[in-house]
Ligand binder design. Structure first.
Ligand SMILES: [Zn+2]
Length: 159
């Protein structure tokens, strides 16, 4: 139970941070659904989650809304569909193991970003000979501020 509690705590923190960034409102139902998702054997389907939330009277629509929110917030990811399995299966992403950063080569400023699409593709790279635990993705380029300064300098030089 201790482990589940820790996972739920981390997932809840991530959900709240995501909602704060995206003007989402707090809702007790989302928290309830998240708690159930953390307690389910992994991976799980929407139906498993709905059954687990039945006693709380959560509608199917809410279950799907919550799943989309959890995906967007990178709390869960959709696993590769098993042969013969119809339903999409979801799995909790545990630990703060994902790191995606944009690095400005001029000023060194780094900003974190998240991309569920990239994450999905990377997690699909499973092989029998390698078990990924975490990864880092670094994008090198120029930040907006540096780019603007550069454009300004170019204009000045021309004038
Ligand atoms: Zn910069």
């Amino acid at each position: 139970m201790g482990k589940v509690f820790k996972i739920f705590g981390a997932a809840l923190e991530r959900m709240n941070a995501y909602l704060q960034e995206h003007d989402g409102r707090y809702s007790a139902i989302r928290e309830k659904v998240l708690e159930q998702a953390c307690m389910l054997p992994q991976p799980f389907t929407a139906e498993h989650l709905e059954n687990a939330c039945q006693s709380d009277g959560v509608s199917t629509g809410t279950i799907y809304n919550c799943l989309q929110l959890f995906l967007d917030a990178q709390i869960i990811h959709a696993t590769k569909r098993q042969k013969g399995h119809q339903a999409t299966e979801y799995e909790l992403i545990t630990g703060n193991s994902i790191r995606m950063q944009r690095i400005c080569q001029k000023c060194g400023r780094t900003t974190n970003f998240r991309s569920p699409a990239i994450d999905y593709i990377i997690r699909e790279q499973k092989t029998q000979s390698f078990f990924m635990q975490h990864y880092t993705l670094l994008l090198y380029g120029e930040c907006r501020k540096c780019k603007m300064l550069e454009l300004k300098a170019q204009k000045k030089a021309k004038a």
